[in-house]
Ligand binder design. Structure first.
Ligand code: AMP
Ligand code: MG
Length: 297
């Protein structure tokens, strides 16, 4: 476990998610009675898949995995190769995303090698990630299920299954002052080398503001790119990247777009917001976390 933290340069206070290949495996990880009817309903609906559930932990789970917390995060991955690996190991596998800490999460094997070559022994390449953003995290150890991080399973789908859940303020992903309440939810994460300015607000105003920001950055001599969600935005001298025509495509392309911007030595990315519905909530969380500045248009 310590080698994971060392390879990723991940701080010890950022806990890992433990991956299982069957619902039965969960029992060995959590406190007696920790899995209630609501959690079982969520597992039934979304496992295997990108939904992580947080439970009171069993003392068998080492502190290094959970950063000393009294809870453990568990999920069952949908990729058959990942599940086969867990099955053959015969134990749950604590596994983070295979990137350097604070870098965009990898969605391809080449991203893993770009960050971790010479720090890890091997990569098992199961093909590109088909969702692109990380798992949704729901805390089941509180009075009411609480969304800690939006991800591959939308809040709407979760609420359609188990009714209303609480939404933790950290799940918005905005850089907010004051102490960080949830582990691993600190500011600036998932970020490329380039500075990101995220433009939020009503679409027409956003689409007017982005070219202004890009033009003035180009005049200052900065290598500038526009990362957009709802339209192709062209400005003389700027690189232009529309991440997709629907939320699924945008989620899938977001992190590889960040990495491409780095390869193209971009200094500044002006990014367009998307709507918070469905996967949009996870996309906006990642954009806000990666952004150096958030501008209201
Ligand atoms: P990932 O980024 O997919 O590797 O997931 C790791 C993230 O899961 C951490 O940064 C935390 O935000 C979250 N996490 C893991 N364990 C816990 C826990 N016990 N309680 C709350 N959040 C957790
Ligand atoms: Mg990660």
């Amino acid at each position: 476990m310590a080698k994971i933290f060392a390879a990723k340069e991940r701080p010890a206070d950022d806990p890992l998610i433990v991956h299982v290949s069957s619902v039965e495996m969960v029992a060995g990880l959590v406190a007696p009675g920790a899995v209630g009817a609501t959690a079982r309903a969520l597992m039934g609906a979304f496992w295997p898949g990108p939904l992580t559930l947080v439970f009171k932990k069993s003392p068998r789970v080492p502190d290094v995995v959970t950063s000393g917390l009294g809870t453990v995060a568990v999920r069952m991955p949908s990729h058959p190769v990942a599940r086969a690996l867990i099955e053959r190991s015969g134990v749950p596998i604590a596994a983070p995303s295979a990137n350097l800490f604070e870098r965009p999460s990898p969605t391809k094997a080449s991203h893993v090698l770009a960050d971790l070559d010479n720090r890890i022994d091997a990569v098992i390449d199961g093909g590109d990630a088909d969702i692109g953003v990380e798992s949704t995290i729901v805390d089941m150890s509180r009075g009411k299920p609480t969304l800690l991080r939006p991800g591959g399973v939308s809040l709407e789908r979760i609420e359609a299954t188990v009714g209303q859940v609480d939404v933790h303020v950290a799940s918005i992903g905005k850089v907010h002052d004051g102490p960080i309440e949830s582990p691993g939810m600190g500011a600036r994460h998932y970020a490329p080398e380039a500075v990101i300015i995220l433009v939020e607000g009503e679409r027409e105003r956003v689409l007017r503001r982005i070219p202004e920001l890009a033009s003035s950055a180009i005049k200052e001599g900065r290598r500038t790119a526009i990362l957009s969600c709802t339209a192709d935005i062209h400005v003389d001298g700027a690189l232009s990247c529309r991440m997709g025509t629907n939320q699924e495509q945008i989620a899938q392309n977001l992190f590889s777009a960040f990495r491409e911007m780095d390869e193209l030595r971009v200094d500044l990315i002006v990014a367009e917001c998307t709507t918070e519905a469905g996967l949009g909530r996870a996309i906006m969380n990642r954009l806000r976390k990666a952004a150096e500045r958030i501008i209201k248009a």
